[in-house]
Design a protein around this ligand. Structure first.
Ligand SMILES: Nc1ncnc2c1ncn2[C@@H]1O[C@H](COP(=O)(O)OP(=O)(O)OP(=O)(O)O)[C@@H](O)[C@H]1O
Ligand SMILES: [Mg+2]
Length: 225
């Protein structure tokens, strides 16, 4: 079976101003198989979010090879890149990034706005996903009436809307207390058991312990697994 993600010697350099640049990823080799649950750990500034953005096709490598679901990412145009991203990836972030003036249901429906499907069908699907995480009674609430854990569950539902193979979660529990954090991690575990590939960035060893594999990154390289 082909790996879901395959990175070979991936480097990422950011330009800062005219003649200064900084190499943030210095040669990443990474293979992710379907169904894995991976934690990425490392100190602040080590390049974890940069790596997640590359895995999720929010950004492209400066050099090296990256195959996502068998497709070469380097050289893709923006439209093809977003198509690849929307098909395969669901994102969850530390600050939930919900739209404040939209309801819970509308927030979950966001990823489908770009797709043509009958409204009834996608709304039923959103409602089912919200029910899965116990938020069926919150569908018409605005995010500011929800707890942090509930908001993150909404964000997770939004990530699931396009039924991606991969869920990328960058510090998903960074703003949550430990009990709420473990609820979110249990949800991610359940999704992984149902076949989703999950990659989580965390500083917290307890959070990392949910993963089947832990990758440590330091100064832009993977130092050990
Ligand atoms: N767009 C950018 N332009 C310039 N430098 C950047 C850019 N994005 C990230 N960097 C730099 O790359 C380095 C790694 O950043 P990154 O966000 O990947 O770290 P991180 O491991 O996620 O840290 P944290 O744990 O604090 O979230 C940092 O020094 C950061 O300043
Ligand atoms: Mg980060």
């Amino acid at each position: 079976m082909n790996p879901l993600c395959l990175m070979e010697n991936v480097k990422k350099t950011f330009r800062i101003g005219e003649d200064l640049s900084v190499e943030v990823l210095k040669g990443i080799d990474l293979k992710v198989d379907e169904g894995e649950f991976i934690a990425i750990m490392g100190t602040s500034g080590s390049g974890k979010s940069t790596l997640m953005n590359l895995i999720g096709c929010l950004d492209v490598p400066t050099s090296g090879r990256y195959l996502l679901a068998g497709r070469e990412v380097l050289g893709l145009l923006d439209d093809d890149l977003s198509e690849l991203r929307n098909t395969h990836i669901g994102f969850v972030f530390q600050s939930f990034y919900l739209l404040p003036y939209a309801t819970v249901l509308e927030n979950v429906l966001l990823p489908t706005l770009y797709r043509e499907k009958t409204a009834g069908h996608v709304e039923r699907r959103a409602a089912e996903i919200l029910k899965l995480v116990g938020l069926e009674k919150r569908m018409n609430f605005r995010p500011n009436r929800l707890s942090g854990g509930e908001q993150q569950r909404v964000a997770l539902c939004r990530a699931l809307m396009n039924d991606p193979e991969i869920i990328l979660a960058d510090e998903p529990t960074g703003q949550l207390d430990s009990k709420t954090a473990s609820e979110i991690m249990n949800l991610l575990s359940d999704l992984n058991k149902k076949g989703k590939t999950v990659i989580v960035v965390t500083h917290d060893a307890t959070i990392a312990s949910y993963a089947g594999r832990v990758i440590h990154i330091k100064d832009g390289i993977i130092i050990d697994e």
